[in-house]
Design a protein around this ligand. Structure first.
Ligand SMILES: *[C@@H]1O[C@H](CO)[C@@H](O)[C@H](O)[C@H]1NC(C)=O
Ligand SMILES: *[C@@H]1O[C@H](CO)[C@@H](O)[C@H](O)[C@H]1NC(C)=O
Ligand SMILES: *[C@@H]1O[C@H](CO)[C@@H](O)[C@H](O)[C@H]1NC(C)=O
Ligand SMILES: *[C@@H]1O[C@H](CO)[C@@H](O)[C@H](O)[C@H]1NC(C)=O
Ligand SMILES: *[C@@H]1O[C@H](CO)[C@@H](O)[C@H](O)[C@H]1NC(C)=O
Ligand SMILES: *[C@@H]1O[C@H](CO)[C@@H](O)[C@H](O)[C@H]1NC(C)=O
Ligand SMILES: *[C@@H]1O[C@H](CO)[C@@H](O)[C@H](O)[C@H]1NC(C)=O
Ligand SMILES: *[C@@H]1O[C@H](CO)[C@@H](O)[C@H](O)[C@H]1NC(C)=O
Length: 345
């Protein structure tokens, strides 16, 4: 008799543990879900997203709005599935796992010419601002340091860091002068990362990847990364709070000024040559939805995924289409259009 009871008891214990684990997991997910839905409603109330266009699935506001309106009925999130926060997180997780199994096709192993390795430790960075800049843009960098952004990051309580990213000056007569000027800046401000690729317009993708790479390598404890150009004026505290509030809803996302259905410029006449993209480089007739590179925000976890995706995705030199469009769509990362991220050069 006793011999029979032992396995039964064991079985009952295992069953009990499994059931409790399952219930704990279920309620945990449910609570997270409810919290996120609540945060989503708050976001809407605060009018963070643009509601202008209403085609379903075409803009952030419409899918956010329809997600909220269906959240109480627990059903029919069919058309908005990709942007339901939980569904989006699962979809990204799956897509990322799939993508990471693929081989690296674009090694990005340029050496660092200048690297302020400790920049994120000094300020216990929570938000890292990355600004692509041409080596010769001394004046613009000066204005950024002295402007709203420079003032914001210099307040210790904001836990923010600002870094400029450049490549190597193209070899022209003035190169030694430009490089020694950069070195002076590096010594004075310590806010410049320089990789060894040649800094020319057609290499902007490499610069964009260099910013992702630096953030994931040297700024691991930051929560968010904001990318802005050296000639863009922004209300920093507003974009930071828009980003943080979106972060209470979504795990991975890109916040920016989104462009849907843009087509590649095929015209190679003089006027367009600068932007032209050949069919060989990009065969499809439209780009995936993407966010303009002039002002973007994303969590560090998304930056990590985008960096890994960029190593594994056929390149296109247009950096914003490539990173926030092509790489993001492979990862199924939501690209959210936000009114705060409208900017002017
Ligand atoms: C966007 O839609 C939400 C809910 O549908 C509404 O409360 C809010 O006022 C709208 N925002 C704007 C800017 O129209
Ligand atoms: C999605 O849900 C809506 C509303 O519940 C329903 O009217 C529509 O037919 C559904 N669409 C698909 C493709 O299932
Ligand atoms: C900066 O970090 C400190 C300590 O973690 C925190 O108390 C403070 O709220 C942070 N500041 C901002 C603007 O988030
Ligand atoms: C560097 O600049 C010169 C003109 O100043 C140009 O002819 C050359 O193509 C540039 N190098 C690269 C790699 O683009
Ligand atoms: C940024 O926006 C906030 C809130 O709307 C406002 O109080 C502040 O004055 C603005 N800052 C600048 C520099 O425009
Ligand atoms: C290309 O652009 C030029 C204007 O810069 C225009 O005259 C020409 O017709 C365009 N070519 C095509 C194929 O659209
Ligand atoms: C190009 O179009 C094909 C077929 O519609 C699609 O599978 C592929 O993902 C598209 N590529 C990009 C980069 O959007
Ligand atoms: C994004 O928002 C801006 C301004 O809020 C709006 O003009 C634009 O049409 C929106 N883009 C999309 C793709 O909905």
């Amino acid at each position: 008799m006793r011999r029979l009871q032992k396995p039964k008891l064991l079985f009952a214990i295992v069953l009990l543990i499994s059931v409790s684990l399952y219930l704990a997991l279920f309620f945990n997910i449910k609570t997270t879900y409810r919290e996120r839905m609540h945060a989503l409603e708050l976001l809407l109330k605060e009018r963070l997203f643009d509601n202008a266009t209403t085609a379903p699935g075409q803009n952030a506001a419409s899918f956010v709005a329809s997600t909220v309106s269906t959240s109480t009925s627990h059903s029919a999130m069919n058309t908005t599935k990709a942007y339901d926060p939980i569904q989006a997180a699962l979809a990204t997780e799956r897509a990322a796992a799939e993508l990471l199994r693929q081989p690296v096709v674009n090694f990005h192993d340029y050496e660092y010419l200048r690297n302020p390795v400790g920049a994120c430790e000094v300020s216990e960075t929570e938000v890292l601002f990355v600004v692509p800049t041409a080596p010769r843009n001394f004046e613009r960098r000066k204005r950024v340091r002295a402007g709203i952004l420079g003032k914001y990051v210099s307040a210790p309580s904001n836990n923010a860091t600002l870094l400029f990213f450049a490549g190597a000056p193209n070899c022209t007569e003035s190169t030694p002068k430009i490089q020694s000027h950069l070195d002076d800046e590096f010594r004075t401000y310590g806010d410049l990362v320089q990789e060894s690729f040649v800094d020319v317009y057609t290499n902007i993708r490499l610069k964009a990847v260099s910013m992702l790479r630096w953030a994931v390598t040297y700024c691991k404890h930051a929560k968010y990364v904001i990318r802005t150009d050296d000639d863009v004026m922004v209300n920093v505290s507003r974009i930071v709070s828009a980003l943080k509030r979106t972060g209470t809803v979504y795990t991975d996302f890109i916040l920016g000024n989104r462009k849907d259905g843009w087509t590649p410029v095929r015209n190679t006449s003089e006027d367009y040559l600068k932007y032209a993209v050949s069919e060989e480089e990009y065969p499809n007739s439209t780009y995936p939805r993407f966010a303009l590179g002039g002002l973007l925000g994303y969590p560090l976890s998304t930056v990590t995924l985008l960096y890994q995706a960029a190593l594994r995705t056929k390149p296109l030199w247009l950096d914003d289409v490539y990173i926030t469009g092509i790489c993001a769509s492979r990862l199924k990362v939501p690209v959210l259009n936000d009114t705060e991220f409208v900017f002017q050069h």
